[in-house]
Design a protein. Structure first.
Length: 257
């Protein structure tokens, strides 16, 4: 049995153990991929196997003079990612571009996975990072030797899970236009890495408190004549938004008592 591309196979009877063995032995599908299957006695006793054998797409920028996401020649499998594919943009000094008219989708996304400085520029169109099976995140700067830079100047970017700016590497998120919606949590940084968010325009929606914290952090950086928001700005913004303004006078008034 082999699934080529995305497809569905129905087997007679309960074949779950056989399917599991095939998946573990890498016999199901020509290039690996993501497989899910189920057995339902009420459905004529069939085991339904649904799979996609091109679940990982790596940016190679092979299309001469065209760095657009929508060009199949720019991906290692010569196919544009779909909503079940995990995407890696991992070529140093190469800009993957999502422009007006492009509807980009993927299951998970890493910009700057292993080494070098990698870029994703979103000037228009849409990008939807939507977990297909288990939650998969949008990671900018994954490993210590990697740097990821995401520039958003237009369009709409929807991240249904978490967005991690600086995981173990260095991550930079520049938002000068467009809309970024984060359904999960926005981490800056996420792990032991370094994360920076520069918000000079556009909109970041990541829950009311997080949006307010981002805006407050940007204001704090501006008050200190910094062009970039640093970690301390976010920490101070959290204290101000969640805890309220700092009290300069430690004496409690009669009204407060």
């Amino acid at each position: 049995m082999e699934l080529t591309g995305a497809g569905t196979v129905k087997l007679t009877g309960d074949q779950r153990s056989e399917v599991t063995e095939l998946v573990e032995d890498f016999k199901l599908g020509s290039t690996g991929g993501r497989i899910r299957f189920d057995y339902n006695e009420t459905n004529a006793g069939e085991t339904t196997v649904v799979g996609n054998t091109t679940a990982d797409h790596t940016w190679n920028n092979d299309a001469a003079g065209d760095s657009s996401w929508s060009n199949a020649d720019n991906w290692d499998v010569d196919d544009v990612p779909n909503d079940v594919d995990t995407v890696y943009i991992n070529i140093a000094d190469s800009n993957c571009q999502i422009n007006t008219g492009t509807d980009a989708v993927c299951d998970g996304l890493q910009v700057g996975k292993d080494t070098g400085t990698c870029y994703l520029d979103i000037t228009g169109g849409t990008l939807k990072v939507s977990p297909y099976t288990v939650p998969r995140n949008f990671v900018i700067g994954n490993r210590p030797a990697a740097t990821g830079v995401v520039n958003i100047s237009g369009g709409t970017t929807d991240v249904e899970a978490d967005m991690l700016v600086g995981y173990n590497g260095t991550g930079t998120l520049n938002v000068s236009g467009g809309t970024l919606n984060v359904g999960g949590r926005l981490f800056v940084p996420a792990g032991v890495g370094t994360g920076t968010v520069n918000l000079t325009g556009g909109t970041i929606n990541a829950g009311a408190d997080i949006a307010n914290v981002c805006n407050e952090a940007a204001l704090m950086a501006a008050r200190k004549d910094r062009k970039a928001v640093i970690r301390q700005d976010f920490l101070d913004a959290v204290d101000r938004i969640i805890g309220g303004l700092e009290k300069k006078n430690k004496i409690i008034s009669k009204e407060e008592k």
